[in-house]
Design a binder for this molecule. Structure first.
Ligand code: NDP
Length: 503
């Protein structure tokens, strides 16, 4: 059986079919597609039907070493090292054009590998990736230093903003191509070279992106893509003595390991975008129809597999029953299914492991006495072949429940009433995480007071889950540090050099 026979019976573009024709997929090192040095491979699985989709090379330490060496050489010498910022920008723009012209196939590959609805891949993930590359293409020629007035006489002091060097980029499975754009675009705009590892569950869109990067004309060694699991592939990056910086998105647990690996190897710089358990607040004076719809999607979009998912919903007591009823009603209309099923709203959970984890949390919630308002089961029938769970809502009054404190990364929303402002702020901030927050109210001063009081890196007022290439994004507390996107992302991928000149 050729691996391509596992493609589902849906109409796919010729580009997608051609992509799956050639397997196993290699590692991109120095602009060549290579098998792993020891020949190891792994299969990536379609979460909608549990069947292997493609065979991919599994990079070990020797492969990561080779990728780092290629990246180091490209950083120190050759066309990339000589290239002006403006020319780097042109290359990034060209890549954005190529992604746009291959949008259909990239969206299909993403939906096959990750499971998300094809409509979301087409209208969201792929076009936003294009926007990221274009936004940072614009910055590439604008990396300015400053002149600094100092107290010492007859001295000119200025700063240069320079790339960090060889950068390791590690991303998770929930937004594979978009997160590739979040990290690759600023890293390359700033003149770094990269060793990039997508998640083992979803390597395919990154590999197609790699092909487009070669086609766009990125010089050898500038972008190296190594596929494989956290161990050995990811850890070979984080512990590598010749990688200057690691930018990571994923769980807080792995974030800790990355800091430890940095400390034990070469004190490489680290930026971390980690988990969350974001509070979302509905005040009684909110436009309730809007707030209920917003709170629903804050919890259930991408089947809850979002670091910013608004999974701790606080509702002012006067409207608590009304909101719970509204949420239950919303959930009853959600169409869960394969990403290629017409009009489907949400797709599967990414893997069997993650499914088991999510169901384990739901069971823990039940056992701890939280009331299930709706959902709570693995979906059967035609969906039994994949990893599907419907929107699950718990009503509770106990902030210490495991389902309230821990990131589940599945479609599980915990809803609780609150009575007054002080109680709300104290409870909303009572979390190890601090990534995102939402607030729904018609009172503008309440909204701004909440935005100031909440411990989080982003706050949405009367909306939720919006991102833009120009708007900084990142966490506080154990949700990590460093801001991706926007001008702030340039700080992650450059360093400042101070030059003193005696006049
Ligand atoms: P991980 O944090 O384990 O994975 C994120 C990335 O890190 C993947 O590419 C992974 O590789 C890699 N990785 C894993 N271990 C190491 C290591 N020791 N050194 C270097 N890289 C490593 O997330 P999971 O996929 O396991 O998901 C587990 C939980 O993490 C979720 O349930 C959710 O709570 C949270 N999570 C948070 C995300 C966020 O956006 N904040 C995103 C994804 C998950 P690989 O997967 O290939 O093994």
């Amino acid at each position: 059986m050729t691996p391509a026979t596992n493609l589902p019976d849906v109409e796919l573009s010729p580009g997608t079919l051609a992509f799956f024709e050639h397997q196993p997929k290699g590692l991109l090192i120095d602009n060549q597609w290579l098998p792993a040095a020891d020949g190891q491979t792994f299969s990536t699985v379609n979460p909608a039907d549990g069947r292997p989709l493609a065979v991919v090379a599994l990079a070990g330490k020797a492969d990561v070493d080779q990728a780092v060496q290629a990246a180091r050489t490209a950083f120190e010498s050759g066309p990339w090292a000589e290239m002006s910022g403006e020319s780097r920008g042109e290359l990034l723009w060209k890549l954005a054009d190529l992604i746009e012209s291959h949008a259909d196939e990239l969206a299909e590959i993403e939906t096959l590998d990750n499971g998300k609805p094809i409509r979301v891949s087409r209208r969201g993930d792929v076009p936003y990736t294009v926007k990221h590359f274009r936004y940072f293409a614009g910055w590439a020629g604008k990396l300015e230093g400053r002149t600094i007035p100092v107290s010492v006489p007859d001295k000119l002091v200025y700063t240069l903003r320079q790339p960090v060097g060889v950068v390791g980029l590690i991303i998770p499975w929930n937004f594979p191509i978009l997160m590739a754009g979040w990290k690759l675009a600023p890293a390359l705009a700033c003149g770094n070279t990269v060793v990039f590892k997508p998640a083992e569950e979803t390597p395919l869109s990154a590999l197609r992106l790699g092909e487009l990067m070669v086609e766009a004309g990125f010089p050898p060694g500038v972008v190296n893509i190594v596929t494989g699991p956290g161990l050995p592939t990811g850890s070979a990056i984080t512990s590598h003595p010749d990688i200057d910086k690691v930018s990571f998105t994923g769980s807080t647990e792995v974030g800790r390991k990355i800091m430890a690996a940095s400390a034990a190897s070469n004190l490489k710089r680290v930026s971390l975008e980690l988990g969350g358990k974001s509070p979302n607040v509905i005040f009684a004076d909110a436009d309730l129809e809007n707030a209920i719809r917003g709170a629903h999607w804050a919890g259930f979009s991408t089947s809850g597999q979002e670091c910013t998912a608004g999974t701790r919903l606080f509702v002012e007591a006067q409207v608590y029953d009304q909101v719970l009823e509204g949420l239950k009603e919303q959930a009853s209309h959600v169409r869960v299914g394969s990403g290629f099923t017409p009009k489907v709203h949400v797709g599967p959970i990414i893997s069997e492991v993650q499914l088991t984890r999510v169901l384990g949390y739901i069971q823990a919630g039940r056992e701890a006495g939280a009331e299930i308002v709706t959902g709570g089961e693995r979906l059967g029938g035609d969906l039994a072949v994949g990893y599907f769970v419907g929107p699950t809502i718990f009503a509770h009054q106990d902030d210490d429940l495991q389902i309230v404190r821990e990131e589940i990364f599945g479609p599980v929303l915990a809803v609780t009433p609150f009575d007054d402002w002080d109680e709300l702020v104290q409870r909303a901030n009572d979390s190890n995480y601090g990534l995102a927050a939402g607030v729904w109210t018609r009172d503008i001063s309440k909204a701004h007071r909440f935005a100031e009081a909440i411990h989080s890196g982003v706050v949405w007022v009367n909306t939720y889950g919006l991102y833009d290439a120009a708007a900084p994004f990142g966490g506080t507390k154990q949700s990590g540090f460093g801001r991706e996107m926007g001008q702030d992302a340039l700080d992650l991928y450059t360093q400042v050099k101070t030059v003193w000149v005696g006049l």
